[in-house]
Design a protein around this ligand. Structure first.
Ligand SMILES: *Cc1c(COP(=O)(O)O)cnc(C)c1O
Length: 380
């Protein structure tokens, strides 16, 4: 199972020191003060990476738990919620909003580019009576990156709280939670942070906490109530027993980012993503997006006569390489290159581009160019 080359936009490769950290001796995380300190220190390190003074929590559950918790905690029956949709995850937020009784109002735009701030401005001038808005930082199935630095402060001007899904961007894209006035920021362990799947990262602003406190009705559910984390450190009490080995691994993955320095990590992502896009275009493939490219994942259109599923199956059978197509309506058309986290390393991207090049040609794609040579030409 584990001798494959895995190059997907999450879960990403996990470094050996992270895997080893997970095998460290464990303690009782409910009562051992040292574990509370370790957990808190990991949260504080994450806060540095995402540039916030807000409280950060690590929840026991994969990224989706964060999306659901944020909606469960803020939504009361009948609340109007603005769901900003320019991707599969963006649109998907409406299901969580409705599940908890909210009235989801969609702001739906093409999935081929990032949200146009001026269009959102025009929309909000006419309708802005929303308790909160949801938006995705990088919508992974298509790789679109939204300009949160303008969108979130704009929403805040109308007193609309923001929930940002940065699961596929956190640790691979610039993310300034405080400067961009983001109320609930969500991340996951298994994407650009490069720890195994299983943990959600959440930061909660004072405004979001106040909104949860002022609810007239109780939050539906216990696990998804962000209110249960309030003052856990001062009280020396977690709401439930923490998955200690997962958190030991995450702590090491976060140390890796801090040691390399987040600026260098982001720079590494940017250079690889930019050269990848240029190389693919000159090679003769089309990118799915027209603008708003994320540095964590690139979606390419695979010619219809080959198809993304056939290509990915071929790469697995012939080259022992696991790559991802896309989700939902894009499954047949898009292959995704997940150059995020530990996948955003030169030797890894070169290897995957070489496999894509060979596989496409073996399946009949006509190009007299070499994808790796093109990548090297554009990489600077
Ligand atoms: C991966 C991801 C999540 C978590 O969902 P899973 O598909 O269950 O891993 C949430 N949001 C985004 C944008 C993601 O990329």
């Amino acid at each position: 199972m584990n001798n494959k080359i895995v190059y997907t936009p999450g879960p990403t490769s996990v470094r050996e020191n992270v895997r080893l950290a997970r095998s460290n001796k464990t303690t009782n995380p409910d009562i051992d003060k040292d574990f509370f300190d370790f957990y808190k220190k990991t949260c504080d390190n994450i806060a540095k990476i995402i540039k916030t003074k807000n409280d950060v929590y690590i929840l026991s559950g994969e990224g989706i738990l964060g999306l659901e918790s944020a909606c469960a905690s803020l939504t009361e029956k009948g609340d109007r919620v603005l769901v900003i949709d320019n991707g599969v995850f963006g649109r998907g937020f409406k299901d969580f909003v409705s599940l908890y009784g909210g009235d989801a109002v969609l702001f739906s735009k093409e999935h081929t580019k990032d949200i146009d701030v001026n269009e959102l401005k025009d929309f909000l001038e006419k309708d802005n009576d929303f308790k909160y808005a949801t938006i995705v930082h990088c919508d992974t199935p298509t790789g679109v990156l939204n300009n949160l630095s303008e969108i979130c402060p704009l929403l805040k001007k109308y007193n609309i709280l923001t929930i940002v899904d940065s699961v596929a961007a956190m640790g691979g894209e610039e993310f300034k939670v405080d400067e961009w006035e983001i109320d609930i920021a969500l991340g996951g362990s298994q994407k650009a942070i490069s720890a195994p799947a299983g943990l959600t990262i959440v930061s909660v602003s004072e405004d979001a906490k106040k909104s949860i406190k002022l609810r007239k009705s109780n939050v539906i559910g216990f696990y998804c109530n962000l209110g249960i984390w309030e003052n856990y450190y001062d009280k020396n009490s977690f709401p439930y027993t923490m998955p200690i080995s997962d958190i030991l691994g995450l702590g090491k993955a976060i140390d890796n980012i801090i040691d390399e320095k987040i600026e260098n990590v982001l720079d590494r992502h940017k250079k690889i993503a930019s050269a990848t896009r240029k190389a693919l275009k000159e090679y003769g493939l089309d990118l799915f997006l027209t603008k708003g490219y994320s540095s964590t994942v690139t979606a390419i259109k695979i010619p219809k006569n080959i198809g993304a599923l056939k290509l990915s199956n071929y790469m697995l059978e012939k080259h022992n390489t696991l790559v991802a197509t896309s989700l939902g309506e894009y499954k047949e058309d898009i292959l995704r290159i997940g150059h995020m986290g530990e996948n955003a390393r030169l030797e890894k991207i070169i290897n995957i581009l070489n496999t894509i090049d060979q596989s496409l040609k073996q399946l009949g794609f006509n190009s007299n160019k070499n994808l790796v040579e093109l990548f090297n030409k554009f990489y600077e």
